[in-house]
Design a protein around this ligand. Structure first.
Ligand code: SF4
Length: 446
């Protein structure tokens, strides 16, 4: 569609959930007659979709906004900035005074009305309402994130997400399956199901809600849609309690559903978990991960550890290190605790000093990398399916970049291949010949 009303620059900060939200706004605005540009000098307005998960992410969002405002101020044309997403959701009424550089603030629950906001800013009047597209997404490439829920009810004591994104709300299966079909018809070959807490998907449906009602049932239904396309289905962000017998059977038995799971544990010491308002213990988690590896061939596990939580003792930190070492996750993200406004943990006595937090985070990160690099190296000599994501220019010339089924896109490293071996978007069988850090080198064998 021609850009009748102006050109927009989209900037997305933060996680995959924000990318999905930006896709949706881009799709609505494109259908309404706006064009997209990649340079602020050509933009009539800029949309920044912000992250506020941590204080550092909020600062980055604000710095990015101020940097843009500065760039725009130095140019010859005025260009309004629209701030969307988590920062407006978290700090709403404080923002207009703090950030006069921003023309409009759009909370996450207001994003479906983005066309009216941009129309208003750019003075666009319409004889008829803007067209609402059937296709909700504008994904380039072979991988698409598919949001199955929003919000969270868990209220972990360190986390601001429930205050930013609101209560947990499962998206209806019919809408998820329709979007999955649209994405696959558009060329997507991997669907990554995301939400703040995917394991409880469907718990908030009432008795009359038709169709799948649990995550396992939903995965089976998405797999059926993906089957004719030879596509993969992956699920991320599942809390340990969400791992049911039915879900284990689905990960094991449904070929399209990858035997890969992202289960953030955050800690393993029962006392710390209780203070975090989470459940579980080292023994329970170890039993779960042993079972997953025993019952599901090739099972790949990613997790997250949070260190330096208020009152965490040296002994409890060492307990976590011992646990990580014993379990040996394939991939582990490590975070140092950050005191977030409005959360219970921010008000707790016994905050750990910054130096100790940084030391603990560095030690845990070193261990996570040692284990993760070894897990990556263990694939050398094996063969596996790889999706080709793109071409990269290196000092030695162009090379193909892809990801194997055991690597979640954007987070777990990549596979590097000779540029002549396949085309972007192909799914090919690759034999791995070498590794470095989380990266694998290989060649196509089928
Ligand atoms: S499960 Fe806990 S850490 Fe995750 S989004 Fe919900 S409250 Fe935050």
């Amino acid at each position: 569609m021609p850009a009748s009303f102006g050109n927009l620059l989209f900037i997305t900060l933060g996680c995959a959930k924000n990318e999905v939200d930006t896709d949706r706004m881009r799709s609505l605005l494109t259908a309404a007659g706006y064009g997209e540009v990649t340079d602020v000098a050509q933009a009539d307005a800029v949309l920044i979709n912000t992250c506020s998960f941590l204080a550092s992410a909020t600062s980055e969002s604000i710095e990015c906004t101020l940097g843009l405002a500065d760039e725009i101020a130095q140019g010859v044309r005025g260009c309004p900035i629209v701030m969307c997403g988590c920062v407006p959701s978290r700090y709403g009424s404080d923002l207009p005074e703090t950030l006069p550089e921003v023309r409009a603030f759009v909370r996450t629950d207001e994003e479906d009305g983005i066309v009216a906001v941009v129309d208003g800013i750019l003075g666009v009047t319409r004889a008829e309402p803007a067209f609402i597209p059937r296709v909700k997404r504008t994904v380039e490439g072979s991988v698409a994130y598919l949001k199955i829920s929003d919000g969270c009810n868990r209220f972990c004591s360190f986390c601001a997400i429930p205050y930013i994104r609101g209560r947990y709300s499962s998206r209806e299966a019919s809408s998820i399956l329709a979007e999955a079909a649209e994405l696959l018809e558009g060329g997507v070959r991997e669907l990554v199901l995301i939400g703040q807490d995917t394991g409880i998907w469907g718990n908030d449906f009432d008795a009359e809600t038709p169709g799948p009602r649990t995550l396992a049932e939903l995965l089976r239904a998405v797999a059926e849609v993906a089957r004719p396309f030879g596509a993969w289905v992956r699920v991320l962000y599942l809390q340990p309690e969400g791992m049911t017998d039915e879900l284990i059977a689905t990960l094991r038995d449904v070929p399209e559903v990858l035997p890969y799971i992202d289960i953030p544990i955050q800690h393993c010491a029962a006392r710390v978990l209780k203070e975090m308002n989470r459940t579980g213990s080292a023994a329970e988690f170890e039993a779960l991960f042993d079972r997953l590896r025993r019952e599901i061939p090739g099972m790949v596990i990613r997790s997250t550890a949070l260190v330096g939580f208020p009152t965490e003792t040296d002994e409890e930190f060492e307990e976590l290190m011992g646990f990580l070492d014993r379990v040996g996750f394939d991939y582990t993200s490590v975070f140092a605790y950050s005191q977030e406004d409005g959360t219970r943990a921010a008000r707790m006595e016994g905050q750990v000093d910054e130096e100790t937090k940084i030391e603990r985070a560095q030690a845990a990160q070193d261990l996570a990398e040692a284990l993760g690099f070894a897990a990556t190296a263990s694939h050398v000599g094996e063969r596996a399916q790889v999706i080709i994501d793109g071409i990269d220019e290196t000092d030695e010339g162009p090379e193909l970049i892809g990801h194997a089924w055991f690597q979640a896109p954007d987070s777990d490293g990549a596979v590097h291949l000779d540029a002549t071996e396949a085309c972007v978007g192909d799914i090919v069988e690759v034999e791995f010949t070498d590794s470095f850090c989380y990266e694998l080198i290989g060649h196509v064998v089928g």
